[in-house]
Design a protein around this ligand. Structure first.
Ligand SMILES: [Zn+2]
Length: 317
């Protein structure tokens, strides 16, 4: 039996069910939730539970939470929310883009040790273990600091066997450099998912990534750079090209984030905060699934994308 670490302990991969492979329960910055809880707004736990329950009632069984330390990961909060909403949450270790000054001379092996500890022993003294690894680069490309992070995540992948999700910037084809680093480190690319790939409609570039053996995170919906319809057309084009078994659509949605006070001193309303995506973690099911069905995609194929692919990605092999 293959298992995966969730924030509530190990889970048989057969129990993952309908899985969204790149989401966030809360995004802030390291320390914000403990030091400045007002910035997350009142009743954070209750609001998080309500959003996840809404997802569960809509048929979502599992969320992969892509929130790293520098994005304000709070493992105990995730565990509380997951337990109350009865949704499986798998949280990552690794790093996003905010490299602190004091980390700038740390070697890849030293950094990897931290990530491996998060997988084997858990975050701090919580006992909550990471179930996936993450590294990132964006429009500046793989900077020297981010290259250390990338190599550290790669080495942690080799040691732990966990899959690796990569925040990428497809407009600049940054995945080419990220994949080159992973190859140098000897990572099996079938354990790697290149994320935010539907921020481009460049099917030729995306096919190149898939031809390297990677999974592809088409995980921004409705997203900003590219229209939702264009994202769906890209997804369908890749399915038609034979890549269905390595595509992972998701939203990169955030249930709780830092709520900026408006210049007039008032706080934005829930309606203002969710205007862009009132469906939250159900946007795919509510909006995109009907469009895909109209394009001739069967329910069996949707299950491949949201059930079979996540399970195979976590199991490996
Ligand atoms: Zn994200």
């Amino acid at each position: 039996m293959a298992t995966v670490n969730t924030v509530l302990g190990t889970l048989d991969t057969a129990e993952l069910g309908f899985t969204l492979m790149h989401e966030h329960v809360m995004v802030a910055a390291s320390g914000i939730y403990s030091d400045y809880p007002a910035l997350i707004g009142a009743d954070a736990v209750a609001r998080g539970v309500s959003r996840l329950k809404q997802a569960k009632d809509g048929g979502v069984d599992t969320l992969v939470d892509a929130t790293t330390h520098d994005l304000g990961r709070n493992a105990p909060l995730l565990a509380t929310v997951a337990q109350q909403a009865e949704v499986n949450v798998i949280v990552c270790t690794g790093w996003w883009l905010d490299v602190p000054r004091f980390m700038r001379g740390v070697s890849a092996d030293q950094m990897a040790r931290l990530f491996i500890r998060d997988v084997e022993e858990g975050f701090g003294d919580t006992g909550i273990k990471a179930g996936i690894l993450k590294s990132a680069a964006d429009s500046d490309g793989v900077t020297p600091e981010l290259e250390v992070m990338a190599r550290a995540a790669a080495r942690a992948q080799l040691q732990t066997g966990l899959p690796l999700m990569i925040h990428s910037f497809p407009t600049g084809q940054v995945g080419r450099r990220q994949i080159a680093i992973l190859k140098e480190e000897g990572v099996d690319l079938s354990r790697v998912k290149i994320d935010h790939s539907n921020d481009t409609t460049d099917v030729e570039y995306l096919s190149w990534i898939l031809d390297q053996g990677c999974y592809l995170g088409l995980d921004r919906y409705p997203g900003g750079y590219v229209s939702s319809t264009a994202r769906t057309n890209t997804l369908k084009a890749l399915m038609d090209a034979g890549y269905t078994d390595r595509l992972c659509p998701s939203h990169d949605a955030i249930a709780l984030h830092v709520i900026p006070e408006k210049p007039d001193g008032t706080m934005p309303t829930e309606e203002e905060l969710t205007r862009r995506n009132p469906h939250g973690f159900l946007y795919m099911k509510n909006v995109v699934f009907p469009q895909l069905r109209d394009m001739g995609v069967s329910d069996e194929t949707l299950d491949v994308l949201f059930v079979d692919n996540p399970r195979r990605f976590f199991e490996g092999g």
